[in-house]
Design a protein around this ligand. Structure first.
Ligand code: 13P
Length: 248
């Protein structure tokens, strides 16, 4: 059985000092749990400014880390962007791509996201590619159509044999406390899994994200094709993040 994945997306939160404090506390607690990493993968996405702080404490451990966004070019005149090459130099193993906040607020489009995923693959950084529908799209019965189209267009030119993580995050469940029902998660994850294998993807894990908390994690993890979570608010404190990680 593959490991369950628990990924913390801190968004625009935590100073480098707070980030270090979180990692120190997390490592202390993990240390007390025998074989913690044998069934789990732990991932942290700090803000870019705190990436080096997290790297300094996680590099060489089993805790993976990486940026919440990268630019599609490695370097050059792109003021304000994050370089995947620099993330790699900081020993990042992972990177988020296409979070709904990037798509909505920063108007990121599928064809650009596709370039980002391809660049990450070139650098041997594991992309965690986010998809999900808005409330209006769900109510219009377009959930699967939207998710499939985000996959098709955002992953057009990538190597399907390389490992990939897809995070399904219904936009209406993010930061709202409104978690998708078990039936909704089960339906979408089953269809995503079917779709991805029909498209030739051979090594994909599927995460659910959207108001995951310690008290709903256990039930959500039992759903077939849920390989783990991408967690926002509840990942900001080591104790609630760890409670989710140990819900398995
Ligand atoms: P919340 O867990 O705060 O709903 O955020 C989910 C998310 O956007 C993770 O990427």
């Amino acid at each position: 059985m593959s490991k369950k994945i628990f990924a913390a997306n801190w968004k625009l939160n935590k100073t480098p000092e707070e980030a270090r404090d979180f990692v120190i506390k997390l490592k202390n607690e993990i240390f007390k749990i025998p074989d913690f990493f044998s069934g789990r993968e732990i991932m942290i996405f700090p803000s870019a400014i705190s990436l080096e702080a997290v790297s300094s404490l996680c590099a060489g451990t089993d805790i993976q880390f990486g940026p919440q966004n990268i630019y599609s070019e490695k370097s050059g005149a792109f003021t304000g962007e994050n370089s995947a090459e620099v993330a790699k130099a900081l020993k990042s193993q992972i990177a988020l791509v296409g979070h709904s906040e990037r798509r909505e607020i920063f108007k990121e489009q599928d064809d650009h996201l596709n370039k980002k995923v391809a660049l990450l693959q070139n650098l041997q950084i594991l992309p965690v590619f986010c998809i999900g529908e808005t409330l209006a799209q769900r109510e219009a019965g377009k959930t699967l159509e939207i998710c499939f189209s985000q996959l098709q267009n955002g992953l057009k030119e990538i190597n399907k044999d390389q490992r990939l993580i897809v995070a399904y995050e219904p936009v209406w469940a993010i930061g709202t406390g409104k978690v998708a029902t078990k039936e909704q998660v089960a339906e979408v994850h089953a269809k995503l899994s079917e779709y991805l294998s029909s498209q030739g993807f051979r090594n994909v894990q599927l995460l659910y994200g959207g108001s995951v908390k310690p008290d709903n994690a256990g039930e959500l993890l039992k759903i077939p094709h849920v390989d783990g979570f991408l967690i926002g608010g509840a990942s900001l404190q080591p104790d609630s993040f760890l409670k989710i990680c140990t819900a398995v």
